[in-house]
Design a binder for this molecule. Sequence first.
Ligand code: F0G
Length: 435
Amino acid sequence: MKAELTCFAPNCRASFPVTAVLYNCSRCGGLLEVTYSGGPLPPEELKRLWLDRRTHNNPIDQSGVWRYREALPFLDDEARIVTLREGNTPLLDAPRAASYAGLDRIVFKHQGFNPSGSFKDNGMTCGVAQARRLGMQRVACVSTGNTSASMAAYASAAGLQSVVLIPHGNIAAGKLAQALEYGARTLQVEANFDQILKLVRVLAEKLGIYLLNSINPFRIEGQKTIVIEMLDQRGWAAPDWIVLPGGNLGNVSAFGKGLRELQQWGFIRKLPRLAVIQAEGAAPFYEFFRSAGSRGFEPVLHPQTLATAIRIGDPVSWPKALHEINTSNGAVEKVTEQEIADAKAQIGLCGIGCEPASAASLAGARKLVSAGVIPAGADVVAVLTGNLLKDPDYIHRYHTGALRTPGGTPLESTYGNRPVVVPNDPEEIAAVLAH
Ligand code: F0G
């Protein structure tokens, strides 16, 4: 199959060589996607091949991204690939979370099991492979913390330098720690994510640094494998709904593209419906979708949420996300800080856990069930995008009743689990444990 970069805008569709260093269409400014001419091998053959690779020791077969390489054949040479064995994330049944959401059953696809603890690794292994193919020495991104952690890890593993720009004071401690430990040049900019995205694009151009935000279409190719692996794990039975949090809207764009391709290539018959969930204080896509075309897309100038991963007011990939929600007959919902915090505690009580943004998926599923959009008996997969340990400060505050909204309103510690200080005395400890 031949790969090209193609403009996503339906009235343009200009195409460019796969080796062009481009992040937007140079004709109309639209978003770009990687397209392939011709289909891959027949589905039954690929399903067998992909299953068989799970038993191999070859590093790229062990990767939950590159195992599916026939579905993302953009590289010229497999030697470009650096893998940390990304993907390979489990589907976890969570009966307690299901009853919380009002569903008979819910399954979590937990992307927090990735090497750097988030779904960004699925895309980053591809973005870094493309950077190497293009002969780039340096890579850069703006990030709410997970993209930067992932980029820093893969860049260092590949011997590239990484430059990370993060909104000063607004990323979770675990994520900042990762960028430092993986060796990224880390710049804490006094601006928000949306402003820094504009800045990093200027810097990338000026300094010849390869941009690895999700506007980079090769990242999206890697993130497609989250749904490919999900379907593989389910014996290629498509769920009714896939629910995920939305920030810059790259992930929902990747899921939609992956699912449409699987349908086109004959792997699945029906498309699962995609539900994207935003935090109430950073919900421009929700508001736009709800307006049903009666107004243009309006960014939120001062996005606010404790789920800092999705604190984004001007998501670049909204045209792709809109296409995927419409094509899959999907839904867009928004959830409050309290709903996120309580859903997160429920996921913890399943023995699973996740970071705040990830819990928007369960909170959103619950809301869509109570609104009658998702029926109680539906087959639902909710995606947990990041690991519990990314944001320990939030957890401690929630359980000790010290969590406040960005506006300063205290949140209820509904499922709080306060640690207790006890003396070094068995009698007294026994007395505490008697209650
Ligand atoms: N969940 C987590 C844990 C994230 O880190 C992000 C995005 C999202 C959900 C939203 O995904 O942007 O594709 O809609 N984090 C980016 C970052 C923006 O910089 O790490 P999206």
